[in-house]
Design a protein around this ligand. Structure first.
Ligand code: ADP
Ligand code: MG
Length: 623
């Protein structure tokens, strides 16, 4: 054995591993899903490279893109191998010793307090979940650019890497050997593994095989002892050949008896269904939910809120499946402006290309999960060239439309949303209606901010997005309402949509700006999210109605009467005195107003100036 080089794990990795090792309550099953997902990523990578350079795949066994799982009950080893891209020595040290992703500290913190490891995949640290079930792990890897190496660690703060001079050559790819802990022996059970693959990895795009035992009746020569040769591992093809040979031998010896024998063979565990290629009418809700879970990086059991599966035809052809997750990822808005990683996958003719394509979806739709598979895009070009392909613009445009339609439908079908002014879907059974009850509110609470960001960023779809907007008003009674509903309740003669911005509903309801409006039975939208201030700088009108901030100049409640002109005249001296008394760089003007009922006076912002609330937001940002 060659000399092993020793390394210390990055401090954060060490802490993470301690948490994993000592975690009593986590779902240990997740390690398998993480390993399979890593194998699948590695296979995607080599397949992608092979598009422009066939040589990288090599020949024979090496060119087979599959995942193989094997159990060694005597040695208590579970091993998983892929023929993916593999890792060089440098890769092993970097990828399995450090965490590159920012925010990992926060994650480690969070796991320490909550003990919930379900989010591990989301943070790019899924590999370490192997220590949920193993106390010693070996990673054997062969990359085209390097010799075969072994990484190994007992999770004691250190790992070792050595050139591999003793294992069988892998050709290319990675084999991970888990030396299972005593309390994790259940993972040596074939049935358990089959179940887990079915549950978590059914939609992996590469075949997953298990070296599985099989009881067979076998005819053996009557005069010979039972053949107890240990089963040997062979690739699925070699297996077939062997069976043929056996058949020939049997013909030669006619005197036989029947015995039970355990044989081993590669059993395919997943059927690699590409759901998006199927007719949407033939895919069940359960299948969509399962497919969603295979794409989602957290392990929550909640089903998606909505999905859309469609085929686009014309100049640019593609198929797509979009999902609205049940929950926003923890860092959706934290990393809004700097994260590149989306949850959206691009395939070209069934080949996975990338999930980091900024050109597929606008940032504000980053919360969607799903994929696009296009026949129009070229396969054999670099990622950079694909990124500039003109078809992407068309794909993006259609995806946005479909996404907004899907969200609108979620609202239309929610019985809580219809207030007699909407048709709703009459075809739904009572059962279905109950399922959809409250779904839009759920959506709004998780992703409402994304819709607002969309209104700010996407001028083309501003009106569509505005339709999806929800808010509370002075009349909504604690419930959410929409612009359409607001308009349907507008008083006759009311031209503008009234709104006010502030920090809380309670604070706004006490505002003197609202006094008279409320008394006169006008409805006012209450915006309390900091982003609302920006939102209203972009949302100028809706359905031919202008928005009027009631704390700003220009509020009109119907026509000025003759009376008010007389009042203005009679208070002229007072307003003049006020203006003089307040320094002119503090106020622009002093006016008689009809907007108040109880308060004697109010400070109003000019039409194009910042509202007091915006002033407050800006101040808090520059501090
Ligand atoms: P993530 O998959 O989110 O990047 P992981 O902790 O699961 O995080 O894996 C860390 C890194 O280790 C991967 O990004 C990859 O570079 C490398 N890796 C893990 N498993 C394999 C594998 N089977 N083949 C090649 N590289 C792998
Ligand atoms: Mg991973």
């Amino acid at each position: 054995r060659a000399e092993a080089e020793k390394f210390q794990f990055q401090a954060e990795v060490s802490r993470l591993m301690d948490i994993i090792i000592n975690s009593l309550y986590s779902n240990k099953d997740i390690f398998l899903r993480e390993l399979i997902s890593n194998a699948s990523d590695a296979l995607d990578k080599i397949r992608f490279l092979s598009l422009t350079d066939k040589e990288v795949l090599g020949e024979g066994e090496n060119a087979k893109l599959d995942i193989q799982i094997k159990l060694d009950k005597d040695k208590k080893i579970l091993s998983l191998r892929d023929r993916g891209i593999g890792m060089t020595k440098e890769d092993l040290i970097k990828n399995l010793g450090t965490i590159a992703k920012s925010g990992t500290s926060a994650f480690v913190e969070k796991m320490q307090t909550s003990g919930d490891l379900n989010l591990i995949g989301q943070f790019g640290v899924g590999f370490y979940s192997v220590y949920l079930v193993a106390d010693y792990v070996e990673v054997i890897s062969k990359h085209n650019d390097d010799k075969q190496h072994v990484w190994e660690s007992k999770a004691d703060g250190a790992f070792a890497v050595s050139e591999d001079t003793w294992n069988e050559p892998l050709g290319r790819g990675t084999e991970i050997r888990l030396h299972l802990r005593d309390e994790a022996q259940e993972y040596l059970d074939e049935y358990k593994l089959k179940e887990l693959v079915k549950k978590y990895s059914e939609f992996i795009n590469f075949p997953i095989y298990l070296w599985a035992s099989k009881e067979v009746d076998e005819e053996v020569p009557a005069d010979e002892d039972e053949d107890e040769e240990a089963p040997e591992s062979k690739s699925p093809e070699e297996e077939d050949e062997e069976e043929e040979e056996d058949a020939e031998k049997e013909e030669e010896k006619p005197k036989t008896k029947t015995i039970k024998k355990t044989t081993y063979e590669w059993e395919l565990l997943n059927d690699m269904k590409a759901i998006w290629l199927r007719n949407p009418k033939e895919v069940s809700d359960e299948e969509y939910a399962k497919f969603y879970h295979s794409l989602a990086k957290d392990l929550s059991e909640d089903n998606p809120l909505a999905w859309s599966h469609f085929t686009a035809e014309g100049d640019v052809e593609f198929k797509a499946v979009l999902f609205v997750p049940p929950k926003a990822p923890h860092d959706l808005y934290e990393s809004y402006y700097n994260s590149k990683k989306s949850n959206f996958k691009l395939y070209v003719r069934r080949v996975f290309i990338s999930d980091e394509f900024d050109e597929l979806l606008p940032k504000y739709l980053n919360f969607l999960l799903g994929l696009v598979d296009s026949d129009t895009l070229p396969l054999n070009v670099s990622r950079e060239m694909l990124q500039q392909h003109s078809s992407l613009k068309t794909i993006k445009k259609k995806l946005i439309r479909k996404a907004l339609d899907m969200i609108r439908k979620l609202a239309d079908e929610d019985p809580d949303e219809s207030h007699g002014d909407k048709k709703g879907s009459t075809s739904d059974s009572e059962e279905e209606k109950k399922d959809k009850k409250g779904q839009y509110t759920k959506f709004w609470n998780e992703f409402g901010k994304s819709i607002k960001l969309g209104i700010i960023e996407d001028a083309t779809n501003r009106n569509r997005l505005a339709k999806l907007l929800r808010f509370e008003t002075t009349k909504s009674d604690g419930k959410l309402t929409s612009l359409d509903q607001y308009i349907s309740r507008m008083k006759s003669g009311q031209k503008d949509i009234f709104y006010i911005t502030g920090t809380t509903k309670e604070q706004l309801e006490k505002s003197p700006f609202l006094e008279r409006l409320v008394k006169k039975n006008y409805e006012v939208i209450l915006f309390t999210d900091p982003v609302d201030e920006y939102l209203m700088q972009y949302l100028m009108d809706y359905e031919d109605k202008k928005f009027q901030n009631v704390s700003k100049e220009g509020l009109k409640l119907g026509k000025d009467s003759k009376d008010s002109k007389e009042v203005k005249e009679s208070f002229k001296e007072l307003t003049k005195w006020w203006k003089g008394a307040l320094a002119s760089d503090n106020v622009d003007d002093v006016k008689i107003s009809s907007r108040l009922s109880d308060s004697p006076c109010v400070v109003v912002t000019s039409k194009y100036g910042w509202s007091a609330n915006m002033e407050r937001i800006m101040q808090s940002q520059t501090l």
